[in-house]
Each structure stands twice: as C-alpha cells, then as structure tokens.
Design a protein around this ligand. Sequence first.
Ligand code: ADP
Length: 340
Amino acid sequence: MPSAARSTPAHPDSGALAVAATGLRKSYGDKSVLDGIDLTIPTGSVFALLGPNGAGKTTAVKILSTLIRADGGEARVAGHDLTRAPQSVRAAIGVTGQFSAVDGLITGEENMLLMADLHHLGKTEGRQVTAELLERFDLTDAARKPASTYSGGMKRRLDIAMTLVGDPRIIFLDEPTTGLDPRSRHNMWQIIRQLVTTGVTVFLTTQYLEEADQLADRIAVLNNGKIAAEGTAEQLKRLIPGGHIRLRFTDPAAYRAAATALREVTRDDEALALHLPSDGSQRELRSLLDWLDSVGIEADELTVHTPDLDDVFFALTSTSPTTSVPGQTRPAGHSKENAR
Ligand code: ADP
C-alpha cells in the first residue's frame, strides 16, 4: 500500500480468485492466437505465463486487462466480469510492460503526479504518495530528471511505481525484465517479491524460465494457442522423467565403439557426444565408469544433467499440443549441462 493514510477499499476478491478465465479465444484474421485457454489464479500469488515468442502471452494480458476483447470465453478479474464490468476490472488492476505509460519528456516526479491526478488523489495526498513511492523504488535522487534520461531498470521501476499510485490489487507485468542487465533483473525480482507481501496478485509474462522458477507460485506454458502444461515449477519439472549423462569424445573410434555398445543412447554425431538416460546417482555413474574402463574406452568429458524448467519448456514447445510430454532429452544445442 503506498500510503497508510489512504483508505483501504473493500476488495470483493479478497481470499478468492484474482483471475478465473475459461475458454478464452482470440484470432487475428484466420490465425488463432488463443484457442480456448483456462486460467485460475489465487489472490496474493504470482502467476507466470511462459511461452515462445508470438505464443499469445501479451494477447492474454491485453484481454484480461480490458485493452482488447476476447472473441470467446469468460473471465472474472478481481471478482468482476470482464465484459459486463470492465470499469471495475480497470479500477482493480495495474498494467506495466510493453505498453509502458512512462512519458520521457517529463520528470519521474511529474509522471507520478500525473498518475495521482488521473486517480483523483488530492494535491497533498498525491505529493505524499509520489514521495513515498519514489523513495520505495529508489528514484528520489532522479525524481527531478526527465524520465528519458533514466536507465532501463529505472524506467521499469518508475513504471511500476506509477502503477501502484492506483493501488491495484492485481498487477500485470508483461516481460518486466526483458533487456535488463543481471543486477537490474535481480532488483526487479526483489520488487516483485515485495509486492506480493502486500497481498497484491502478480500476473507475469516472461521468456526467462529462471525468472518463472524464482518468482512464480504457478506457471503455465502457452503453446500453439493452448496451455500445454500448468503447475508449480517442481510439478512441471516432474513432467520430464529424468536427467541424463553426457559423454563427449574426441576420438571418433572411441565414440563409435561406445555408441554401438551402449543401449538407449541418443547420439550427437557432430559433437561426438552420447546422452544416456540417468538419474545421476553415484551407483549409475560408477557402473558406467567401470564399464568404460573394462572395455578400454575413454571419454574426454562426462557431465551429469538434471532436468530443469528449460527441459520442460523445450519438451512442451517443440511438439504439437496433442502430443504427450516426451521423455526425451532435448536437442544438443539447447543443453545446459551441470558439470560435476
Ligand atoms: P507473445 O506476447 O507471446 O510474444 P503476442 O500475444 O504478442 O505474443 O502475439 C501472438 C500472435 O498474435 C503473434 O503471431 C502476433 O503477430 C499476433 N498479433 C498480435 N497482435 C496482433 C494484431 N493487433 N493484429 C494481428 N496479429 C496480431
């Protein structure tokens, strides 16, 4: 809450669902972008919508924040019906991201005061809320400078601060850290975590799996217009049955010998690497090493790979939506190995 002095409005959604959507559809021309998606987001949680570029994440945010209309389906946001009570939805939400409201020609402080005016705060209250939020987002020193001179991270912070002037219960953050350097990204994560401690619900879209893993209580993967999977990060990781061991060779003869002798391996002939399904346990590693020794084959590198959200993402978004989650390891180019 930006100011303790402000009255706390009654929130009809408190304790209930922040977003409840069923069968949302949207097409552009003959291209179906959202093909009937359901979303259930409890109040006070962080929800991440993940998907490859063009999957329809922004379209979903635009629909739920009343910027565009869905072609079909129903949704309640903060307890209000999207089509019957769009004004009530708007009063309860804040949207930041790709359609940022920051005006670069005026100062950060002026941007904030403009927001306070839009929300009909009195002069004194507007100034007080502005000062508090600028302080909270570490923008006090830059408050009197034009927003166009701000760094990417500062602009995002100002954008969120401006959104909070309206005291929203649900905040839509469309790719809040895209283009930020690692330090600013971590800063933004802290800000998002803090928001949630005040009871705000966060609806986040992101291309970064790590971001969803770090922040989200629940994650939905959007692919081909459908929710391909939904759950906690842990539940999603469990969709991928196991990790693998990767053996890399420099000697083509050794590579071929191992590839022929070992069953259930996936070959990467170009990299001279073999992937073996494995839980990465000491017992499995020892038996593999013993076997390599016994047949006199020497691998140049052995790495153990445990499944992570990247595996889930690649598995889900590289197949058609009707295909069940494959247990395969992803293609070599995408591997993020944990060397041990
Ligand atoms: P994401 O946010 O996941 O990258 P978007 O929701 O922005 O995806 O876009 C989904 C698809 O819808 C893309 O193929 C995009 O080109 C298309 N699209 C989005 N907005 C429009 C529009 N106004 N007119 C036509 N096509 C659009």
